[in-house]
Design a protein around this ligand. Sequence first.
Ligand code: ATP
Ligand code: MG
Length: 224
Amino acid sequence: MLLKPTRLLLLGAPGSGKGTISKRLLDNFTQLKSIASGDVLRTQISNGTSIGKKAETYLKSGALVPDIIMIDLITKQLKDQNLLQSNASWLLDGFPRTFNQAEQLTKVLEANNSNLNLVVELDVNQDIILQRIESRYVHLPSGRIYNLDYNPPREPFKDDITGEPLTKRDDDTAEVFSKRLDKYNEEIKPMREYFQHLGIWHKVSGNTSDIIYPKVEKLVISDN
Ligand code: ATP
Ligand code: MG
């Protein structure tokens, strides 16, 4: 399946399930690649790179990393993974996050004949997101996400694939998380309008990934 090249942005509040939906898409469509900006940043931080050092304080406080850093970083990832070409299929999770990032990304893609063709905004009730964030655990090296209530690991606090320990993200505390949510609500409006204007924006609503995933899959396999 997935007959034509798909270049998809997954938008949605922190904790809305972008990572979970990405993983399911990647499992089902092997030609899809993905870049998750938060995972890229966390790798830079744990490798102690100069970008990681610059980014660390922003992540800790729940603020956005400056656009210029993000645009360079993600453009480089796209290049390094050979994704800036018209027959590539990929999805981005967590980037763009501002109107400016959206515009800059579109420019880079246009210049490489690899325009976006689908934008999906995950619409999940934010009270529910807040309730479940406390029970989110991650396997940092891979970005795999678990929820102790909805999607627990097979063995408590251990990654299903590697058996390595799961951790809580520093920025998944109630205080930092609500700041990230506020920031999202502020930035999403102009971005949504931008993509609506391009005619590629779709909204998918539901309060669990089990409800949302089939709707996203439908968009990916149809001509949307
Ligand atoms: P979740 O992973 O729960 O859906 P999220 O989308 O807020 O939540 P990440 O995408 O992992 O989380 O991002 C974590 C942090 O990394 C953000 O709070 C921000 O500091 C930084 N970050 C990630 N992507 C960007 C971006 N495109 N622009 C600016 N900062 C970013
Ligand atoms: Mg994420």
